[in-house]
Write a protein that binds this ligand. Sequence first.
Ligand code: ATP
Ligand code: MG
Length: 421
Amino acid sequence: MRYRISIFFAELSLKGANKKLFIKRLRQNLKRKLKAKHYDWPLKQVYDRIFIEPIDVAEDEVKVLIQELCLLPGISRISLGYWFDINEDFFAKKPDLDVVVEQLLKLARDSYRQDASFAVRVKRGEKRFPLTSSDTEKYIATEILKRTDWQKVNLKNPDQIFYLDISSTGLVAYSNNYTASGGLPVSTTGRVMVLMSGGFDSPTAAWLMANRGCNIDCIHFSASHIGPQQLKDYKVARIVQIISRYSGRVRLIVVPYTHFDMALMAQNIGYDVMLFRRFMARVAEQYTQDINTQALVTGDNLGQVASQTLENITALDQAVEVPILRPLLTYNKQEIIELNRQLGLYDACREPYKDCCALISSHPKTKTRDYILSRIEEQQIPDYQDLIKQSLDDRLEIVYEFGHVLKMAVTQETEKTCQSL
Ligand code: ATP
Ligand code: MG
């Protein structure tokens, strides 16, 4: 059996002059996605959709691919079509639609829902086909009514549509529209750096930004130095690798916060969490200065924990010049978990991991102020710039591309530190 995957663009009707660019990006992203999965299949574009014609694969494998494509930003829906080759003889005599009707009946049986209505839509791209579109539609609909449980036809507003496309080279039967996540293709709206912890929120926030067209990079602060050998299997690295299946190329930077721990001279009961969060934002801001990043992103969720009150959100914003975006600010926890699950992140995210913020203060202050935090920072960390530099010098970097490791980099300082461990 041959298949045809039809991919429909999301939101592109809104994009006016940029439409071409957006489509080009989506095509590029799809090509790289297929390449990462070792599929060497051509993409074809016809009007409002892109076709992929998988070669030499089983239906189950095609379905797995479609499930993944549903989370690739910029796609509104996908349908899986069954392709039937035809030749010149087909048009010469009364066309035999038996096999293709059988396939449509199978689709109808598989998608049957009680009380739902259906319609059949035929696209006759090849005019030598002797029946009109509407006669063909009537013929197929009658077969569906006779031979399946479907009972209601509704031409204007059906719950389910069964399609048949007729071209000079083949017939394609399809119905099942997979709903995709919509959004905009990655690489159309800018670059952001996600502060990535080991929990459920920040990975979900990262995907949401990718789904609005951003290229994402991630920075994680680890409680201790981790060696390059440990990096690939590190929890956060595996989480980022999963996100990259949909967001394409993602760089992960892992920075130990041991220098920060050592730099704080006194106990700062209640303030440590915010001091730490400001430190993370500053390191991220410094790192991103050379890579054209327009914003930082966190998994903050209003009121979820002490550091996420409006006051503390403000005190964090005031630590850096770059904007901090918080796509999950108004989500409910259940919605976050649900999305996290759909993204295939749940199992990795729920693995136990030392949550760094929780490590520090058991009763963090809910209403800190920039001037108070700044005063503590000035007194206890006189050379803040140096602290940022030392921390960044000890970083590890890994780059993923659609779920694969593309490159790993270790700074000289990391190398030295790891050798002396
Ligand atoms: P999450 O569920 O995203 O792990 P959380 O519920 O643990 O977050 P906090 O610990 O308050 O909440 O962290 C708030 C945000 O700060 C996180 O969503 C993330 O963006 C950032 N953050 C926290 N810890 C780290 C870390 N170790 N490295 C990088 N970013 C972090
Ligand atoms: Mg959180």
